[in-house]
Design a protein. Sequence first.
Length: 202
Amino acid sequence: MQDINIHPFSEEFIDDVVAIFQKELFGAFSAKLGENFFKKLYFPYFFSHKNSIGFIAKDKDKRVIGFILASQHGNFYSFLLKSNLLLFLFLCIKRIFKDPSFIFSILSMLFVFNVSIDFKGDEQPVELLYMAVDSGFQGMGIGQKLVKIIERDLSKRKYNKFLVQTLKATPKARDFYLESGFVDVKNQFGRYWLMKDIKVYD
C-alpha cells in the first residue's frame, strides 16, 4: 500500500468527506438530500454529539481519500432529527418535488428506525454510520485500516460492540464487513445488520 495516513475527522475536512460521500454513496438516503443536509444538519450535529467519532484517510499528496464515521447506537439519528426537524422536512419535500419516488426511501427509513437490536445490560454498542473510500484507491486495504483505527479508539472508550447495517442491494459491502470480523445479527427490510466484538487494546 502506498503511504496512507489516518487522521481524526474534524470540521476542516467536511467538504472533502461530502465529495467522497456523494461520489461513492450516491444511492444512500443522506446523499439524496444533497450538500445542505450534510453542511447544515448532519455534520453540525455530528460534531456536537459527544458520542460521535470519525477518521479520514489521506494519500501521500495529503488528499482525503476515505472516511469512517460512527456514533453510539440508538440515538444519533433520533437526536439529529429533533435538533432541526423543520430543515429535515424541507430537504425531504424539496427532494420529493425533484424525484417523487424519494417518498419510498423515506418510508423505508421509517421502518429501519423501528428495527431494534437486543443487547445485554453491560454491552456498549456503537454503530458505524458511514464509511467510504474513493474508487481510485479501493482494493488497497484502506477500508480495513480505517475499521482497525476506529476500533482501537472505541476500545479505549470502553465500548464493546460494533454494529453496522448494509443494503441487500450492495452485497460487496456486506462481504467487506464479514471479512472484517462482523457477523450477521438481523436481516430485515432489505438490509443486513452485522455486529462485531470490539477487541480490547492495552
